[in-house]
Design a protein around this ligand. Structure first.
Ligand SMILES: [Zn+2]
Length: 456
């Protein structure tokens, strides 16, 4: 029996140093320094070179694929297992941090810094998992290719490019989500809806700036004195346990309603400010946009009213009215949907077009790709078993999510870790962190899972 956890701890200091090396490079997309060999800017290039340097130091064959991505080959078989991570990070608001954001500071058994959990730390965990199998001379039938891109946070153009130049591995995982293992990712789609309707008494209606977030605040501008609306609006707020207020603005009235934001892939956790505003406005306005939104979105984030509700092997289709802009009759809105893999574009749009046509609204959209790997497949089973072996967690099962990861860029690939159930690594937030013990455990899980999948 190989004690993978012990092998990981033997390499603990080396791993921490490698993560620090990578995290001390602020590899945020920088369009002002794009050039040949650095399509995402100078810092992404530096991070890519630093990762390749780590592979070279350890004696592995490395390749830089035109600055978009790179890989390190561990072992020399023809057949390949892929581990996909990313080296780019989202920007930081330094004033909100307790440590230097690009310091990768080690404190109280944790690393703090941008990228420690998303995704430089997990990438190094995957790298060491393969390195341990190699250093122990374990008999394998596949090589492991550690693949790292530089544009995951801004559309994964890195992997799209990489796979036009390099073959797909036979299978793989990406350590860029959560444990136990993600077997399904719904397809994402944004419906951009535009049109013109009669104003009635509604001058303006604004809510949300990003389609992938349930909008919290909604502002409505109406003709007429605030006295017309105040009593009924405040009563509505109190009835629905919402915050908000009424303002007098010259000869018109501004209403503000505050709901609760949430990620668009879990809209049921939020309170959509725009939708709740329209439900109120319908009692004081004949505006057709208000009617449309109230009729099709109120109290429904699963598309029942639009006639597109669907529950498949990955769960329910979800709907989020994410952005709403209305001024003097001109409508512009974005609806974000997360769609199970069984649903076709036609199923999605046929019924919806009838509703849109009635209100003379138009839409454009592009249905993204869904990912579905059979939960009973060898890949999912072995990844999950390795997770259970090191955590004794039989409660959390393989899951499907509404978000999208790198796994979608390659067939037979799923997201696997690195966040443990109930944990919070503060990804994309201030004070991003990862505990060293979690990191060690994740690496042992990766090594065990990888070995089970590639051994002779
Ligand atoms: Zn990530």
């Amino acid at each position: 029996m190989i004690d993978f956890l012990e092998e990981v701890y033997k390499r603990k200091n080396e791993m921490i140093e490698d993560i620090q090396t990578l995290c001390q490079i602020p590899s945020v997309l920088d369009e002002t320094t794009t050039n040949e060999g650095q399509p995402f800017g100078i810092k992404c290039r530096e991070a890519l070179e630093a990762m390749l340097e780590i592979g070279k130091r350890d004696g592995f064959v490395c390749e830089n694929v035109d600055g978009y991505a790179g890989h390190i080959d561990i072992g020399d078989h023809e057949e390949t297992f892929g581990i996909l991570g990313h080296l780019d990070v989202v920007p930081c608001n330094a004033s909100g941090w307790n440590t230097e954001p690009y310091g990768a500071t080690l404190e109280n058994g944790k690393l703090y810094g941008r990228g420690v959990a998303d995704d430089k730390g997990p990438l190094i965990a995957g790298y060491y998992a393969a390195k341990i199998i190699h250093e122990l001379n374990l008999p394998v039938r596949m090589k492991t290719r550690i693949i790292f891109g530089c544009n995951e946070e801004n559309g994964s153009k890195c992997m799209q490019y990489y796979f036009t130049k390099k073959p797909y591995p036979a299978m793989g995982f990406t350590p860029d989500a959560e444990f136990p293992v993600v077997y399904g990712e719904k397809a994402g789609v944004n419906f951009k809806i535009t049109g013109t309707v009669d104003n009635d008494n509604l001058i303006g209606l604004y809510s949300g700036t990003r389609a992938n977030i349930v909008p919290e605040v909604c502002e409505a501008y109406l003709t007429g004195s605030y006295k017309q609306y105040r009593e009924s609006f405040l009563a509505y707020l109190s009835k629905h346990h919402l915050e908000g207020h009424v303002e007098e603005e010259g000869n018109h009235t501004k209403l503000v309603l505050i709901g609760k934001s949430a990620h668009a892939s879990t809209p049921e956790l939020g309170i959509n400010g725009a939708v709740y505003m329209c439900h109120y406005l319908r009692t004081v306005s004949q505006n057709q946009l208000v009617e449309f939104i109230d009729k099709y979105f109120y109290n429904d984030c699963y598309g029942e009213k639009l006639g597109i509700a669907y529950t498949g092997l990955m769960g329910q289709l979800t709907v989020n009215l994410g952005v709403l802009n209305y001024k003097n009759g001109n409508v512009s809105m974005i609806v974000d949907m997360r769609v199970p893999h069984e649903v076709t574009d036609e199923q999605l749009t046929k019924k919806m077009h009838q509703s849109l046509d009635f209100y003379q609204l138009k839409e454009t959209h592009e249905l993204g790709k869904a990912l579905y790997v059979d939960p009973q497949s060898e890949l999912i089973q072995k990844l999950h078993n390795a997770y259970v072996e090191f955590t004794s967690d039989n409660v959390h099962q393989p899951q499907a999510i509404g978000g999208g990861t790198y796994a979608k860029t390659m067939p037979n690939c799923v997201a696997f870790g690195v966040e443990f159930p109930g944990g919070d690594n503060k990804i994309h937030q201030n004070n991003e962190e990862i505990s060293i013990d979690d990191l060690m455990k994740a690496t042992a899980i990766y090594a065990k899972a990888l070995y089970d999948l590639i051994k002779e």
